[in-house]
Design a protein around this ligand. Structure first.
Ligand SMILES: [Cu+2]
Length: 107
């Protein structure tokens, strides 16, 4: 009886540890770095690039934002488990510049 109780207690401990490990693994998988390039229409100066950058930075899961005013483009590195390229394009568009996803890449 005592032996069974001990085994059950160890089982719970093992399950708890296993759960923690699984959570960590899942978390690592979710922190998948994606990079997307967007065509952004309507930018004409540095102030435009700041507006676009701020609109993207407000979103969850954004790692970096690069805006190329002359090229009419933005390159965003983000956590694909927390935000999508489409959501980023919508955020840029609602800041006043029409954005479309040009290319996406995951790691
Ligand atoms: Cu401007």
């Amino acid at each position: 009886m005592h032996r069974i109780a001990l085994a059950a207690a160890l089982g719970v401990a093992a399950a708890t540890v296993g759960c923690g490990a699984a959570t960590t693994a899942t978390h690592d998988a979710v922190v998948a770095t994606h990079t997307a390039t967007f065509a952004v229409e309507g930018m004409s100066c540095g102030s435009c690039s700041i507006t676009v950058r701020a609109a993207v930075d407000r979103l969850d899961g954004i790692a970096s934002v690069e805006v190329d005013v002359d090229g009419g483009a933005a390159t965003v590195t983000f956590d694909g488990g927390r935000v999508t390229a489409e959501q980023i394009a919508r955020a840029i568009t609602s800041s006043g510049y029409t954005a479309t996803v040009r290319a996406t890449g995951g790691v």
